[in-house]
Design a protein around this ligand. Sequence first.
Ligand code: NDP
Length: 381
Amino acid sequence: MKGVAILGATGSIGRSALSVLDQHPDRFRLIAITAHRNEEALEDLVREHRPSLAVLSDVGSSKGEAGAGRVDGAEGLIEAATHPEVDIVVNALVGAAGLEPTVAALRAGKRVALANKESLVCGGSLVLEAARRGGGELIPVDSEHSAILQCLEGSSRRSVERLVLTASGGPFRTLDPEQLASVTPGDALRHPTWEMGAKVTVDSATLANKALEVIEAHFLFGIGYDRIDAVVHPQSIVHSMVEFVDGSVLAQMGFPTMEIPVLYALTYPDRLPFRSRRFDPVEAGSLTFERIREGVFPAFSLGVRAGRAGGAHPAVFNAANEVAVDAFLQGRIGFLDVGSAIGNALDRWRGADVVDVESVLEVDRWARATTTTFIERHAHC
Ligand code: NDP
């Protein structure tokens, strides 16, 4: 019986994790859940799942006196992530807010089932160092990285030639820049193959998400950027591939669902039965692959370049992207301004390297302020 904490339980991945746990009550016990602002949804989950600890991380969103087993404020995230009865922390938070709980859980020797890719992007080497020191374990939830982990099973790292991440291409895959200039947040939120939270859905439309995933793969699997590629695969059936030195390629496939990668992150390297729609290759139909149009989706190449530059650059990329996506969702800037805002922050960054979590958070604050200024100059309203 493993104790589980779900950080971001009210979100899309958080709810997938809850439904996975529901299928295996004999294997997993829910110890802690967190939400940020959605107190009502948090309290509904508390009534339904009866965790020992419930956290509302945005203290200002609490409407009343928190009852027993409730903690309000960001420190509650650390409490949930390091709870003595927790073996596995599902980090399903969105954004750089996930970094401190990831590091705290790994330092406390927990397995982190990581959906919050932003943690690794902002603080890659610090996260790996926390795992080394604390004895914690980092297992990806992202379907692409889960696919790679599954393809790598039983192979030595020396036999790996290249990782190939797949990208759906998002809702604007075939549009040209003139058409992209007038797309709305509503258009961006209509993802063709995945149902996800708003931020990652927009990231998927700009392809910033694929850059975040290239950086995530670099840290997770210890593979150089020259050996990580990404291709567009509109059907989202092949979740990613690994090419080996002998030219053989393994791919992991399935209909799009996040529940299977969440379950695998909980049970790795074992597998448990799971009731879900079974794969049918005939129903999946044709599988096609295309190059990413880097000139049309600049957020992708900006992100990969930030990854290659290393140091604090990925943290700058991530924070600028978070602020720009938020402004786009509020209708303050256009879709094409997201790439420009990220480029502006990266061009201006002249700071030092990151040495600890506090220095990452400082870079994050700088990039947010710089991007906010950029957006104020470019905002429609
Ligand atoms: P959602 O927006 O659906 O959920 C985010 C969760 O985090 C909610 O519980 C939210 O609480 C909480 N939260 C939001 N902001 C903060 C904050 N500043 N501090 C603490 N908690 C916060 O996101 P998703 O589930 O879609 O995504 C979560 C992570 O998983 C992201 O990193 C995403 O990139 C990654 N991911 C998601 C996939 C998906 O299918 N959704 C697929 C692969 C990766 P509240 O409800 O109170 O706002």
